[in-house]
Design a protein around this ligand. Structure first.
Ligand code: GDD
Ligand code: MN
Length: 367
């Protein structure tokens, strides 16, 4: 074993590293950190969302060689922020640093980050937008998107950081525990999530660094990162009144109305079905479309695949059918027995049906 400095002492510093398909990067990262952190009681906690490229095997091998390297494997889950949160929960070190596992974060600033935390900072942020920091070889589009997101984030960010979008930052356990009850865990911006979850004024230190380009593997942040980011902003802004997920579910439901009408028209005009048959068919088309969109957007972090996708669709049909019965029943009661206006009765029916669908699919479909 190399560099066995105090392996038996409880870790003072835990480096939490979210990873997904980073087979060729993790070993290099461990070697570099081992050399850099020599003299500290450290540990690395990799949080792997069940990578399909053999990362898990590489991790086990690394952990066998050095007990300071640990691997946490999550199955059937996805999400950068929630992976980091679970990594932090799995350590008891007083200082934690989150960093990417793809070598894009410049690890040489780590000793300074740890020193800042030990010196009394609540939060230390690796920043690309201060001092000698930079974004490396990003194209104009990505650089623009990052700056735009930084502007938008000012809505919820109370920390006044030069780089609130950074995925490279450290904090004390006290700060994390303080933020924990209010963390959304949505998307990939844990720093922003943490900063907007505490009310007191934090002592923050920024460490400039240059974002490196990727040598192995590829970025996991796809075209839907913008959507995830909006979900986080919504949840941070008014999530305590209306959960962002419920809002997303409602948006998808709204889109279903248009899908339904288009399908109804097609089945009547093109397929020449009877009205009842066309209305039934259109309902199934709309439910299927709602299911697909909710799976891709609302429940992105728990999205179903393979056999569970088919079972999920069936349970979605069942829940929504019962939701329609509840909707019609409540609306008819209000309109008939309680003598309310048609629009109030109709609207109340829709609200009751939607809440039912949301609550029940969160239990039975995306549990
Ligand atoms: N466990 C887990 N689950 N890890 C993930 C997931 C996930 O769903 N998605 C990505 N990762 C891991 C990657 O394997 C990598 O180690 C790290 O998270 C960053 O992901 P990348 O896919 O490389 O992201 P990026 O380089 O495009 O984005 C980086 O820069 C952004 C700032 O512009 C990240 O550092 C972001 O956090 C950061 O906000
Ligand atoms: Mn990366």
């Amino acid at each position: 074993m190399s560099g066995t400095t105090t392996p038996m002492l409880p870790a003072q510093v835990s480096i939490v590293v979210p990873i997904l398909n980073e087979r060729d990067n993790v070993g290099i990262l461990v070697d570099r950190l081992r050399a850099l952190l020599d003299g500290l009681a450290w540990e690395i906690v990799f949080v792997d969302d069940d990578s399909k490229d053999g990362t898990g095997g590489v991790l086990r091998e690394l952990a066998r060689q050095d007990p300071r390297v640990r691997g946490l494997r999550r199955v059937g889950r996805r999400g950068l922020s929630s992976a980091c949160i679970e990594g932090v929960l799995a350590t008891s070190a007083p200082y934690v640093v989150i960093m990417d596992g793809d070598l894009q974060h410049d690890e040489t600033i780590l000793p300074r980050m740890v020193a800042a935390l030990r010196g009394g900072a609540d939060l230390v942020v690796g920043s690309r937008y201060t001092g000698s920091g930079g974004v490396g070889d990003w194209d104009a589009r990505r650089a623009w998107m990052s700056r735009f997101a930084t502007r938008l984030s000012a809505m919820v960010n109370k920390c006044n950081l030069s780089d609130p979008m950074s995925g490279f930052f450290g904090f004390t356990r006290e700060l994390f525990d303080e933020a924990l009850p209010r963390l959304s865990g949505l998307g990939f911006k844990l720093l922003l999530d943490m900063c907007s979850s505490v009310d007191r004024k934090l002592t923050v230190v920024e460490e400039p660094y240059g974002f490196r380009s990727r040598a192995h593997g590829e970025s996991k942040l796809d075209s839907l990162v913008a959507w995830e980011f909006l979900m986080l902003l919504a949840d941070k802004s008014f999530g305590r009144v209306i959960p962002a997920r419920f809002l997303a579910f409602m948006l998808v439901g709204g889109s279903g109305v248009f899908v339904h009408m288009a399908a109804l028209w097609t089945l009547l005009a093109v397929a020449d079905l009877s009205f009842a048959a066309a209305q039934t068919g259109a309902s199934f088309v709309a439910m299927t479309s709602n299911f697909a969109l909710n799976n891709a957007l609302t429940y992105r972090d728990r999205r179903l695949t393979g056999r569970r996708l088919v079972l999920g669709l069936l349970s979605f049909y069942a829940v929504c059918s019962a939701g329609t019965v509840a909707n019609v029943g409540a609306a008819s009661y209000l309109f008939g027995t309680a003598q309310q206006s048609w629009w109030l009765s109709g609207f109340a029916g829709v609200v009751i049906g939607s809440v039912w669908n949301y609550a029940m699919t969160s239990i039975f479909t995306w549990r």
